[in-house]
Design a protein around this ligand. Structure first.
Ligand code: M6R
Length: 550
């Protein structure tokens, strides 16, 4: 969203272009100029919307824009945002859970729906509130108070051309401030073109932007102040450079991301709890178990850490998927360290699960996160910021490896405080960590060989990933990556489980990928791989040079 002293069409389109990497199926914008409210929408790329804007010589000093990833209603122009009701236009990220009830009520009141989206409900709801209270900001808040679900919203009103109203609950939203106008976006990278001055909104915040200022209130209208920060996001960091796509770039950034994340270790021979926050030592001495909460790839990092925390630090650890934990009736122990993991720090389930854990009386909380200004970091007194740099690719890569590095540091600190880490081992472990960027670079040299495998693999319909011990979560992560990026169905199993069912699926058409480092479970894994061979399965093995897998 933008309200400025200049024509903001190019700012809006460039903002959408910067966020294209997140995936979308349609795009749109709404503008207010001296002729009134105008809307452009297209199914497909932002470039098509740009062509439409050029052709129609679109201009305006106030506007909102959006790329949509269909949730309610198929991808088509009719369902693309902005949605309009009278002289109002709305864009929305998130899902309105009670949209059916609201839709029925609004239809009863005579509102006509032209899309299948949950968002159109919001436009009509604000229009209906404006009939009771002509104040745009107050009416929007009154509408928002009736919404259940997650949203980041931006709203325009034709009769108030110098104003944009925004609100957030569960979806990220920030304001960008500048002398020539004010802006809002779901991610700072969309606004780097116009400003670095950012105000992050909290859940439940609403804001009204004009060309010269802004004000923030809670949904009930209570004014609140939020800190203005300068984003350090570098414009280069979000450019593709020599790479074909962001995922490739970020895979190759892992050595640097790891060195940056581990930089504070310097040449130290011992590790200090202060790395995780001022009173970390005090908190860690008070805990008797660890609960890790996360989603997706971050959850897999947590699963790996459980092996380390239990075997090295000797502290009981459970790992929960955030979207399950937040609704589960669980038993809480106040002497638990609740560790939340997230690349973005904005994952709604993880944030809600943390609130749930706190509400159960667990107040020792720590997060490992890649975005210092995120909601998750603000919610935790103890925190470790991974320094992976912006992760633009939808598939998490360097965020995962830097999370693992941070979790290993946490394990060493807890092991030390519990008397389970000798000075000699500590120094050796730190040395191993320092070697990590180099070791990862060696693995990346395998790219040509892996590319060959991938070509062979590309025509497969399904794949099975196997690992044992702490490499089982690595197999889970491999399967997630394959599904997410290639749309090939993939599953991961602890290799020992193969004979308890999934072996039946293995034949010449089922590639089996195994993670086989030279550790204590290697011989057992080799037997599992024999089972695959016996069924004619095609094996792809990632092994240490001395694993001796033939
Ligand atoms: O930002 P977060 O780490 O909280 O995101 C959690 C998941 O959505 C995320 O890890 C997702 O699974 C990955 N993008 C998969 O590659």
């Amino acid at each position: 969203a933008a309200v400025a002293d200049r024509n903001i069409v190019s700012v809006l389109l460039e903002g959408l272009r910067r966020l294209e990497y997140r995936g979308y199926d349609s795009a749109g914008l709404a503008l207010i100029n001296e002729k009134g409210l105008h809307r452009l929408r297209s199914v497909g790329r932002v470039a098509e919307l740009t062509a439409q804007a050029d052709e129609s010589q679109a201009c305006g000093n106030t506007g909102i824009a959006h790329t949509r990833w269909a949730t309610h209603g198929v991808p088509c122009e009719r369902n693309a945002h902005p949605h309009i009701s009278g002289g109002l236009a709305v864009v929305h990220n998130g899902i309105i859970e009670n949209h059916e009830v609201l839709r029925a009520r609004l239809k009863g009141d005579g509102y006509e729906f032209t899309s299948d989206t949950d968002t159109e409900v919001v436009a009509h709801l604000i229009a209906s509130e404006l009939k009771k209270n002509p104040d745009f900001f107050a009416a929007t808040r009154a509408a928002i108070a009736q919404l259940q679900g997650a949203y980041a919203l931006a709203v325009l009103r034709e009769s108030e051309p110098d104003r944009v109203v925004v609100a957030r609950e569960g979806s990220p939203l920030l304001l960008g401030l500048s002398t020539e106008g004010n802006y809002a976006a779901s991610d700072a990278s969309a606004l780097l073109q116009v400003t670095r001055r950012i105000v992050y909104l909290d859940n439940g915040d609403c804001a009204e932007l004009t060309r010269t200022g802004y004000r923030i209130t809670r949904v009930d209208g209570t004014p609140v102040k939020r800190r203005e920060t300068e984003t350090h996001l570098s414009a280069d960091a979000v450019e593709l450079g020599q790479y074909r796509h962001y995922m490739q770039k970020e895979i190759f950034e892992q050595p640097v991301a790891l060195s940056n994340t581990l930089e504070m270790l310097g040449a130290a021979r011992s590790i200090q709890p202060g790395l995780f926050g001022a009173n970390c030592e005090e908190v860690l001495k008070d805990i008797r178990q660890i609960l890790i909460i996360a989603c997706g790839t971050s959850y897999h990092a947590g699963l790996v850490a459980r092996y380390w925390l239990e075997s090295l630090a000797r502290v009981p650890c459970t790992v929960e998927v955030a979207s399950e934990y937040r609704y589960r009736d669980s038993v809480a122990d106040p002497q638990t360290l609740v560790v939340t993991l997230s690349q973005s720090g904005e994952t709604a389930d993880t944030l809600a699960a943390l609130q749930h854990a706190k509400s159960l009386g667990m107040h020792h909380t720590l997060c490992i996160c890649n975005v210092p200004e995120s909601s998750l970091v603000r919610e935790n007194a103890l925190r470790f910021i991974t320094r992976a740099g912006p992760e633009i690719g939808v598939a998490s890569t360097k965020a995962f490896t830097t999370q693992l590095a941070a979790l290993y540091l946490l394990t060493l600190i807890i092991a030390k405080l519990r008397g389970n880490l000798s000075a000699e081992t500590e120094s050796a472990e730190l040395q191993h960590l320092r070697h990590l960027p180099m070791a990862v670079s060696r693995v990346l040299e395998l790219e040509p060989q892996i590319r060959e495998w991938a070509e062979h693999f590309a025509m497969k319909q399904d794949a099975l990933f196997l690992g044992r011990g702490r490499h089982y979560p690595i197999a889970l992560e491999g399967a997630l990556k394959l599904k997410e990026i290639s749309y090939i169905h993939a599953e991961a199993y602890p290799a020992g489980e193969l004979k308890h069912g999934p072996l039946a699926l293995v034949d010449k058409d089922m590639p089996v990928i195994a993670v086989a480092p030279n550790d204590v479970l290697l011989e057992k894994l080799k037997s599992n791989l024999q089972e695959v061979r016996a069924r004619g399965g095609e094996l792809y093995v990632f092994a240490d040079a001395d694993s001796e897998i033939t």
